[in-house]
Design a protein around this ligand. Sequence first.
Ligand code: ADP
Length: 217
Amino acid sequence: MVIRLVLFGAPGAGKGTQAVLLEKHFGALHISTGDLFRKAMKEKAALGDQVRSYMDAGYLVPDEIVMNLVHQELVDVIKDNGFIFDGFPRTVPQAEAFSQILAKMNQSLTAVISLEVEQGLLVRRISGRRVCPKCAALYHVDTLINKEICPIDHSTLEQRKDDAEDAVETRLKTFALQTLPLKEYYQEKNLLLQIDGSGSPDAVFARILSRLQPVFN
Ligand code: ADP
């Protein structure tokens, strides 16, 4: 069976970490809109400039820009592969547009996984997050022996601009206001699986797999 998942959760809930584990396990494609935007900022000057100010300050990129950027990508992956969306959809209008694209292609979602994490832990996770600019691996400073170097390729690790304290506060507020309503949206469609997102990545992953099992049977 082809798996089609959406990972839902606040910034720092662990969507990116779980997406990588799920991608390996199911052989489905991991698509992070945050990563797509960060790539656009590096490559396409015009689009990059448009999204930079929103992202760095912790606001959502406007729906129209998001849909323009991801529309073709969505059509391509929905057609051929299983997928794991991480950070999309993030507003009800995005979810509606996504649902129309899926319906047009006679596809539907397997499940929406909501990673539930209390606010204090979210802030601790985000403030310790580091990313490798070369291989994109994610780390938390607490688990690194050398806090500045990527153990895979030895690049100097970076902190995302929007992981700075001010932006984090804005991101958490933006999540509560604009993204949280999606939970009800997917609950009504009977797609929502609420998973405790605390503990180690492996512990959370095991919870996700056990909740997905009945969906497959
Ligand atoms: P996190 O989930 O930890 O906030 P992401 O990398 O998913 O990290 O997103 C970083 C930023 O990218 C968001 O704060 C937002 O500005 C922008 N972004 C990503 N996905 C979307 C989306 N679907 N709609 C609007 N903005 C988005």
